[in-house]
Design a protein around this ligand. Structure first.
Ligand code: NAP
Length: 316
């Protein structure tokens, strides 16, 4: 190129356009192919369940309102259910949902023996507090780990249902053979459903973890120290290549719709020239989240049938 810029955005001297050192191009962490491997195991677990108990386990997906990114996520989950033989049931409550009607819908699903797991669209629309769900959802059906019992089990390091997205962020590292122990990690986002559980899981895996949020002063300074960056802010373009430590691993959990396209929190073009490994959006954490959620569902179904199995990923 005539301006001294290579096709991948790096200048001839190896610096990126935004001034960061260049170690890339980064390895792309392909969540879709890892999810495909998981789904093959889940499909055979579901078939074995149906053969053993003569019924198909069902997942209830509760949507309150019509937030675009979360509807994308919910539709993908329902599609994934089909591919592994789980019944996916969408319960659309509409924009006029109240805390009382939401709690009533969840209570009905708790009592339905066909339903093995319940998930509720997150983030909830304004005016619907998380407590409307967590005060009601049966912890044995809480396959996205939002009930205080499951959150407490995670915090204490015991087996309980993990929030699937946080689980996927860490499982992405594991399945990609990226070491976690002893490394410095920064999690951007402190929500009860994504950021904090991801931070707890990283601590459990022996990383040294900093949690950043919207009041963090000088986010770039924290990010630059990290070997592993997990972003779950819902803010497109928040993390750029110039903020990263060369060779960092970037797990982009964010899902944002910009100009009709799905993008993460990370400026992929600049970050992928500095990072050693990075998840794309779409095709990164999202598909793996869906697959893990289904693995939690079949574990829940088996546990409700009286089997003693862990809530998480099957190891064989
Ligand atoms: P959330 O409840 O809105 O939390 C966002 C967090 O990010 C908050 O802690 C917020 O800080 C922090 N934050 C926002 N802007 C920031 C900024 N400019 N700098 C630093 N921190 C900032 O959202 P969530 O439910 O945790 O979801 C996070 C993202 O993950 C969203 O994009 C969501 O769509 C996506 N998501 C992805 C999947 C998947 O499978 N890939 C699944 C679920 C959600 P405060 O606490 O100070 O407000």
């Amino acid at each position: 190129m005539s301006d001294g810029t290579a096709r991948d955005g790096a200048t001839r001297d190896g610096a990126t356009l935004d001034g960061a050192a260049r170690v890339g191009p980064a390895r792309i962490l392909d969540g879709t192919s890892i999810a495909t491997e998981f789904k093959a195991v889940i499909r055979s677990d579901v078939a074995a369940f149906v053969a053993r108990y003569g019924r198909v386990p069902a997942l209830a997906v509760v949507a309150a309102g019509s937030d675009a990114p979360s509807m994308v996520y919910l539709r993908q989950i329902l599609k994934s259910c089909e591919t592994v033989g789980i019944e996916g049931r969408l319960i659309e409550l509409g924009d006029d949902t109240t805390p009382t009607s939401l709690a009533a819908a969840v209570a009905t699903l708790n009592a339905d023996p066909q339903i093995a797991g319940i998930i509720v669209q997150m983030p909830l629309p304004r005016g619907l507090p998380l407590r409307a769900v967590i005060d009601v959802i049966d912890p044995v059906k809480d396959i996205d780990g939002i009930h205080p019992l499951n959150a407490g089990l995670l915090r204490l390091g015991y087996d309980g249902f993990l929030p699937a997205t946080a689980h996927a962020a860490v499982e992405m590292l594991r399945r990609s053979d990226i070491p976690i122990a002893g490394r410095t990690a920064v999690v951007i986002g402190r929500s009860a459903v994504v950021g904090m559980p991801a931070a707890f899981l990283l601590v459990k895996a022996d990383a040294t973890v900093t949690v950043c949020h919207s009041k963090t002063v000088n986010l770039a300074e924290h990010v630059r120290r990290a070997d592993i960056v997990v972003t779950a802010a819902g803010h497109p373009g928040l993390i750029t290549g110039s903020m990263l430590k060369p060779g960092a691993v970037v797990i982009d959990v964010g899902i944002n719709v910009v100009g009709g396209r799905l993008v993460g929190d990370v400026d992929f073009a600049s970050a992928s020239t500095v990072a050693s490994a990075i998840t794309p959006v779409p095709g990164g954490v999202g598909p793996l989240t869906n697959a893990l959620l289904l693995s939690h569902l079949i574990a829940a179904a088996r546990r409700q049938a009286g089997e003693v199995v862990p809530t998480g990923v099957r190891s064989t």
